[in-house]
Design a protein around this ligand. Structure first.
Ligand code: ADP
Ligand code: MG
Length: 236
């Protein structure tokens, strides 16, 4: 696991000016390797979402670089950035962010360039554990865990370079959350998907290949898990 997919270099994100200045990201540098599960760990307000949103091309930094396969995405114009988000990035949110007026299947199809790849969307929904009947339901008819499965399918179906998860279990009970983590770990292990998971829940870090701890916009610790825990064995 030595091929660099993503390089974050001296990333800064400052809000406000003078006395009210907030250094949400204060000179962050790290790499993400192909096929790894990386956990970014830290308390609320330490800059996790800001960092993930910048990597995902949804926000821009004050300074610094984000290179995917050697190309700096912070230099992208709007059009290139939209293409980057659509093609290269799968994003999984705490509150799923599904479109309420579309069925599970339609939500997943939205993520694809060619809308007639219905078969691929169905296959992916099956892979995340949703059957034919569920696929035709709307988000409001599904449990939180099921909605998160749809959002995972939506990220997965487009064969993104990297999947970014912002507190993916934050809105779920422990048991459902663990099932979702099992699914995410399975995707990394079986498909070689690269994944970054942001969380404030310390035990979740034990399932990662590598853990970076953030505090007040800075990296304070980095560790490699030689033997990542199976998600099913995580207790919190
Ligand atoms: P986390 O996801 O780790 O909880 P965030 O990335 O959401 O942290 O926020 C990091 C810091 O940046 C916090 O102090 C937050 O209040 C601040 N922040 C985030 N977004 C904004 C914004 N749009 N304007 C001003 N401050 C912000
Ligand atoms: Mg956050």
């Amino acid at each position: 696991m030595s091929e660099k997919l993503l390089e974050i270099k001296n990333l800064k994100k400052y809000y406000g000016k003078g006395d009210s200045e907030v250094k949400a990201l204060d000179d962050i540098s790290f790499d993400v390797y192909k096929g790894e599960m990386l956990v970014l760990l830290g308390n609320s307000g330490c800059g996790k979402s800001t960092l993930l949103n910048i990597i995902g091309g949804m926000d821009s930094p004050t300074s610094g670089e984000v290179l995917l396969n050697g190309v700096d995405i912070t230099k992208y114009k709007d059009k290139e950035l939209t293409k980057y988000r659509k093609e290269k990035i799968g994003f999984i949110f705490q509150f799923y962010n599904l479109l309420p007026d579309l069925t599970a299947l339609e939500n997943v199809k939205m993520s694809l360039e060619s809308k007639d790849q219905s078969h691929l969307s169905e296959k992916t929904l099956e892979l995340v554990g949703l059957n034919d009947k569920k696929m035709k339901q709307y988000p409001s008819q599904m449990s939180g865990g099921e909605q998160q499965r749809v959002s995972i399918a939506r990220a997965l179906v487009k064969n993104a370079e990297i999947i970014l998860c912002d507190e993916p279990t934050g809105a779920l009970d422990d048991k459902t959350g663990r099932k979702i983590l099992e699914l995410l770990q399975d995707i990394v292990r079986k498909q070689g998907q690269t994944m970054v998971i942001v969380t404030h829940t310390t035990p979740i870090a034990d399932m990662a290949n590598r853990v970076i701890t953030l505090k007040n916009g800075k990296i304070i610790k980095e560790r490699v898990n030689e033997h990542p825990l199976d998600a099913k064995d995580i207790v919190w």
